[in-house]
Design a protein around this ligand. Structure first.
Ligand SMILES: Nc1ncnc2c1ncn2[C@@H]1O[C@H](COP(=O)(O)OP(=O)(O)OP(=O)(O)O)[C@@H](O)[C@H]1O
Length: 233
C-alpha cells in the first residue's frame, strides 16, 4: 500500500531521518517507535502529505473504490484536530460524511464508533466541556467511523485510559485481519507488543529496523527490553 524508498525527512534546516526504506502492506499492524524527537510525527506527516520530503520517494496504492483516495484514510495527528464549535456526535459524524457516506450510514458508523470509544453517553456534550482524554477519544472515533482501509495514527492512546486503549487496539487488530493497514506511533510498548505485527524503529536519524515484531524481539523477552537495549540504556 505504501512504498517508501531512500526517503529523507525533516525541515528546511534540519534533517530528521535519512534514507528510510520500507514497504507497508495491507493486513499489517505497524508499530512506529522511537524516542521523543526521533521523527515519528515528521514521518507520519510526510507520508500523509503535510510535510514535503527532503528527498526520496513515497508511492501509494490504495485500490480505493471511493471518489477520493483519501476517503479511505483514517488519520489522527498528534495535535488535536477538533471542531470546537460543535458537540461530540457532530464531530464524529463529520468523519464518515466527509468520507462520502450518506447521512443514514454516517449516523450508523458514528454511533458504533462512539460506543467503541465509550463516548455514547457524552454524544450531546459540547467538546470544550469534556476532558482532554475524552477529546482525544472524539478525534479517534471520527477516524474509526470513516471505516478506512488505511489508518495512520500518531500516538492515539495518549490520554486514553487503559481499557479504552485496549478496546481501540482490539478493534484495529480486527480491521487488520479484514485487510486494513494500521500504522501507529506510540510510547506504550507493552500495548504495541500485544497487537503489532511489524516494527518500524527510528533512532539517531536513521531507520534502525523494519520487519516483523518477532524478529525484532529476537532473544529479548519484551519489546520494552529490546527497545532499551537498542537505545543503549
Ligand atoms: N516544524 C518544525 N520545524 C523544525 N523542526 C521541527 C519541527 N517539528 C519538529 N521538529 C524537530 O524534528 C525532530 C523530530 O520531531 P518529531 O515531532 O517528528 O518527533 P517524534 O518522534 O514524533 O517525538 P515525540 O515522541 O516527542 O512525539 C525534533 O528534533 C523536533 O524538534
Amino acid at each position: 500500500m505504501i512504498d517508501v524508498s531512500n526517503l529523507t525527512i525533516g525541515y528546511k534546516d534540519t534533517t530528521v531521518v535519512k534514507n528510510l526504506d520500507f514497504k507497508l502492506n495491507k493486513g499489517e499492524f505497524i508499530a512506529l517507535i522511537g524516542a521523543n524527537g526521533a521523527g515519528k510525527s515528521t514521518l507520519i506527516n510526510t507520508l500523509i502529505g503535510i510535510n514535503t520530503p527532503l528527498s526520496g520517494k513515497i508511492s501509494w496504492e490504495l485500490k480505493s473504490t471511493k471518489k477520493n483516495m483519501f476517503n479511505d484514510v483514517g488519520f489522527s495527528p498528534q495535535s488535536q484536530l477538533i471542531d470546537w464549535y460543535t458537540n461530540v456526535l457532530d464531530n464524529v459524524i463529520q468523519g464518515p460524511l466527509l468520507a462520502g457516506y450518506d447521512l443514514r450510514t454516517a449516523q450508523k458508523y458514528a454511533k458504533e464508533a462512539l460506543q467503541l470509544l465509550d463516548l455514547y453517553s457524552l454524544k450531546d456534550k459540547a467538546v470544550d466541556h469534556i476532558s482532554g482524554g475524552q477529546q482525544q477519544r472524539v478525534q479517534i472515533a471520527r477516524e474509526i467511523a470513516r471505516k478506512p482501509k488505511l489508518y495512520i495514527l500518531d500516538e492515539p492512546t495518549t490520554g486514553l485510559d487503559v481499557e479504552t486503549s485496549e478496546n481501540l487496539f482490539k478493534y484495529l487488530k480486527k480491521e487488520v485481519e479484514k485487510g486494513a493497514l494500521v500504522l501507529t506511533s506510540s510510547h506504550d510498548l507493552t500495548l504495541l507488543e500485544d497487537y503489532a505485527t511489524q516494527v518500524l524503529f527510528i533512532n539517531d536519524h536513521a531507520q534502525k529496523y523494519f520487519g516483523s515484531l518477532n524478529n525484532f524481539l529476537n532473544d529479548s523477552t519484551s519489546l520494552r527490553e529490546k527497545y532499551l537495549k537498542e537505545r543503549g540504556k
